[in-house]
Design a protein. Structure first.
Lengths: 192, 105
């Protein structure tokens, strides 16, 4: 923590080496958050680069008495990810669900690749996360991956703590429903 | 006393600890005597762990490409520093000039 404060102070004083170290310390974490929110690596890299650049350019706006550096950086990352979603007009309907429905209509008996994919539970969870609305996905990612408190989630998403709690609960209910359907489908395929 | 089964909202509120203490106590009492709700709660807890574990595994395994590096953003930071220096020079220069103006008269 002391190291982080020192780097921030050094960068504020104009030491670019400190900016580079700050960047490297937060590069992967920022990318992971953006990847969770956007669902693909190219968009995630763009959002993460924008967020890190913005944070370094506006380091004088960061107030350590009001929030942790990571919370501030997460807020910027969420905002930059939202910008990319808006800019690229990524459709809000679920492509994975649409593809799944289409596949099941076309061919009811799954091939080996489909069966292999079905066996990977992390793909099922990942697909289910991508099926959430951006608002619920943000809450789910921050809670499950970030392990953040509701207060921190509320601060990052710019909402009240009650709203943050409600989004986390709704996200869970929707995820559970999708995963239950997946399990039922898998059982049906296995008994066929 | 037989009470109604817990709703999905109750169950998620319980596992995500978003309920007030009063409501939690009522639910605890119900869970003691209702095996159906205990099963539902366990199922939801398992889903919660599954989502947390699998999501963390997926995201912690994801890594940015080598093209995402500090060198790629450094020029934007240089521009900012250059602009800041020009601005600072002006701020410092203005009082000095006006001061000299007053002295000469």
């Amino acid at each position: 923590m002391k190291n982080l404060e020192m780097l921030i102070e050094r960068w504020r004083a104009g030491d670019e080496r400190a900016a580079e170290m700050l960047y490297n310390q937060h590069r992967e974490q920022t990318f992971c958050l953006a990847y969770g929110l956007l669902g693909n690596a190219a968009d995630a890299e763009e959002a993460a680069q924008d967020a890190l650049t913005y944070a370094l350019l506006h380091i004088h706006h960061f107030d350590e008495r009001r929030s942790k550096f990571t919370t501030w950086l997460h807020t910027i990352t969420v905002s930059k990810s939202r910008d990319i979603l808006r800019k690229r007009h990524i459709p809000t309907f679920s492509l994975t669900a649409w593809f799944r429905d289409r596949q099941s209509l076309r061919d009811s008996s799954p091939g080996p690749e489909q069966r292999a994919a079905k066996n990977e539970t992390h793909n099922a969870v990942w697909d289910a996360i991508q099926d959430l609305s951006p608002m619920l996905r943000e809450a789910a990612i921050l809670r499950h991956w970030g392990n953040l408190t509701y207060q921190e989630i509320a601060e990052i998403l710019g909402c009240t703590m009650k709203t943050a709690q409600s989004r986390v609960r709704l996200a869970h209910q929707k995820l559970a429903r999708i995963l239950d359907e997946d399990d039922l489908q898998q059982t049906a395929e296995e008994t066929r | 006393m037989k009470t109604k089964h817990l709703t999905p909202d109750d169950l998620t509120g319980y596992i995500y600890r978003t309920l007030d203490e009063g409501r939690r106590e009522v639910m605890n009492a119900h869970l003691v005597e209702c095996p159906t709700c205990r099963v539902s709660l366990t199922k939801q807890e398992m889903r919660q762990h599954q989502v947390s574990n699998e999501l963390r595994a997926t995201l912690n395994n994801a890594a940015p490409s080598p093209q995402m590096n500090f060198v790629a953003i450094a020029p934007r930071l240089h521009n900012r520093q250059r602009k800041q220096n020009i601005w600072l020079d002006k701020v410092i220069a203005v009082p000095t000039t006006s001061h000299l103006w007053h002295v000469s008269f």
